[in-house]
Design a protein around this ligand. Structure first.
Ligand code: ROI
Length: 162
């Protein structure tokens, strides 16, 4: 069994519903348990500003899926929820990114773990810290220290459940 963290994000077609459905779909993946889901956070877009605000969250899972099988499964969920991507760094209905997978470091054509920019994104670090404040990332980086960069974040919580 491995432990992985998945970032969820949406800013189109009812983002809160998108995230709730995605969590439901992850719960239903073979050999996979969802151990925790963070609060849902409303965040300003990183990238072009003329797009709606995002709703972001992080889920912690335990799985027997390998990193690439997990990636396939998450991409399938994105497509099943009618993933639309209008432009590069633009609005999207659902984004599911593997942030971490045990302490693995992977640089392959399809997959970079840890996620290449996670340390710079408050909408990833704050929810990750919420569910795993004791976490140490590869290379001995403590989530508690990364989180200090975002002490003054202005993200608000979104109501999770219908
Ligand atoms: N901005 C925010 N706030 N949240 C996201 O999930 C997100 N995802 C993206 C880009 C376009 C980089 N900006 C984002 O892919």
């Amino acid at each position: 069994m491995s432990v992985a963290y998945i970032a969820l994000g949406s800013n189109l077609n009812q983002p809160v519903e998108q995230l709730n459905s995605a969590v439901e779909a992850i719960i239903n993946l073979p050999t996979t348990q969802v151990l925790a889901v963070s609060s849902f956070y409303r965040s300003k877009p990183l990238g072009p500003q003329d797009q709606p605000d995002y709703v972001n969250a992080v889920a912690k899972i335990e799985t027997e899926l390998t990193p690439l099988t997990l990636l396939d499964a998450l991409q399938q969920i994105e497509h099943e929820q009618g993933r639309i991507r209008l432009r590069h760094w633009g609005e999207r209905t659902l984004d599911l990114d593997i942030l971490l997978y045990d302490q693995l470091v992977i640089h392959s054509e399809r997959l970079t773990i840890p996620h290449y920019d996670m340390h710079n994104r408050e909408f990833v670090i704050i929810p990750l810290y919420e569910i795993s404040p004791e976490l140490t990332l590869p290379f001995g980086i403590k989530i508690s220290e990364v989180k200090n960069k975002f002490k003054n974040h202005k993200m608000e919580l979104a109501i999770k459940n219908k």
